[in-house]
Structure formats: structure tokens, C-alpha cells
Design a binder for this molecule. Structure first.
Ligand SMILES: [Zn+2]
Length: 197
């Protein structure tokens, strides 16, 4: 199995204090950073994760996904405007990735003109969709972490299963908008065939 790490939407707007801050996001990012530092310190990072993918919500004009009266289910406060500071990766994650060779890193953006919860709706800088890119790099499995368990992590993990990848959810490296929905999402992912670790 050749595994990619998918770090979903580890962005400032989804961090506590951001436009759509999620409680527990900072703690989740710290655990991801610790995992990466440990693997790197032991010289097994590139073997464990020959590819690391970050996804970013990257909205230009996402229609009703943004709302002045959000319901926090299908509509949300303005967040992750393309190019804005809030759309940037949390520095905990960018710092953790600083020593990863650039050819082992892929940045995926999604949701320019619509809601896009799943990283598999996104593409790299040259426009290649995520699934095609992973297949092209010989990736057969993905480990998923990031924000938010009950939305973008959920959609990304389910799409990864559907696309035929072996999927593990790194359950101590995620945080949910709604903790109750976060728990039911974990059950849903387990039933869909993801391994919860
Ligand atoms: Zn969004």
C-alpha cells in the first residue's frame, strides 16, 4: 500500500477565532504536526507518506454557500475567500510541512464557484483533479485528518472510499463543527469501510 496523507482544510478561517472557527482545530493541527515531526525525526516520513496533500476551501463566489443568515448546515458565514489571510493554512501546519520536499507536497484548492466539501472536488495548480493526481502518483491508500469531521473531512473520506482508496481516519487529528454530528460521522465512515485509528 502506498499512502498519502490528506490534510483537509487546515485553514485559519476554520481555526478558533477565524470566520468559521471550529473548537478543537488547533489541538488537531498540533497532533498532526507532532505526528509529522516524529516520523521525520525517526527518518520514516517519506516512506510512510510519499505524498502529503493539503486541501483548501478557496471561494471566489460560492453562491448560497455563503450567507448573511447561515444555518451552519448548508449555508455559512463568509469564509476562506480566495487569496485572503483566512484562507491560508494554519501556521502550525505550514511549519510542519516546511521541510517536506516540494515534489512530495500537493496543494489542492476547491469551491471557487460553489460549495465543495470534498477535497475530491478540488484540483492542483495545473487543474488536475485530486483522484487523478493520486492515481498518477501510485497512491492506493489515504490517511485523512483536518477540519471539519462532520463536513469536509466526512465528504473527503467518503469520496476516497468511493474512488477505491483504502481510507483511515486519524480520529485524534480532526475536529467537528457539531461534536454530536462528529461522532455520528465517525460511525458513518466506519460503516462505509474506513478504518478509524
Ligand atoms: Zn466553504
Amino acid at each position: 500500500m502506498v499512502t498519502a496523507l490528506l490534510i483537509v482544510d487546515a485553514q485559519l478561517d476554520f481555526t478558533e477565532g477565524g470566520a468559521l472557527g471550529v473548537d478543537g482545530a488547533t489541538a488537531a493541527f498540533r497532533r498532526t504536526a507532532e505526528m509529522l515531526a516524529q516520523a521525520q525525526g525517526e527518518g520514516r516520513l517519506l516512506q510512510e507518506y510519499p505524498l502529503i496533500v493539503t486541501t483548501q476551501d478557496w471561494h471566489v463566489d460560492p453562491g448560497s454557500h455563503w450567507s448573511e443568515h447561515p444555518d451552519y448546515l448548508a449555508s455559512w458565514p463568509v469564509h476562506c475567500r480566495a487569496g485572503s489571510p483566512g484562507a491560508e493554512l494554519n501556521p502550525i501546519i505550514s511549519a510542519a510541512l516546511r521541510t517536506v520536499p516540494p515534489e512530495r507536497l500537493v496543494r489542492i484548492t476547491k469551491g471557487e464557484h460553489e460549495a465543495a466539501y470534498s477535497g475530491f472536488e478540488g484540483h492542483d495548480a495545473s487543474g488536475t483533479p485530486l483522484a487523478e493526481l493520486l492515481h498518477g502518483r501510485g497512491i492506493t491508500a489515504v490517511d485523512v485528518c483536518g477540519i471539519a469531521t462532520d463536513h469536509c473531512v466526512r465528504a473527503t473520506a467518503l469520496d476516497a472510499v468511493s474512488a477505491g482508496f483504502s481510507v483511515r481516519l486519524l480520529s485524534d487529528q480532526v475536529a467537528a463543527v457539531d461534536p454530536g454530528r462528529g461522532q455520528s460521522t465517525i460511525q458513518e465512515l466506519r460503516e462505509a469501510g474506513a478504518l478509524i485509528v
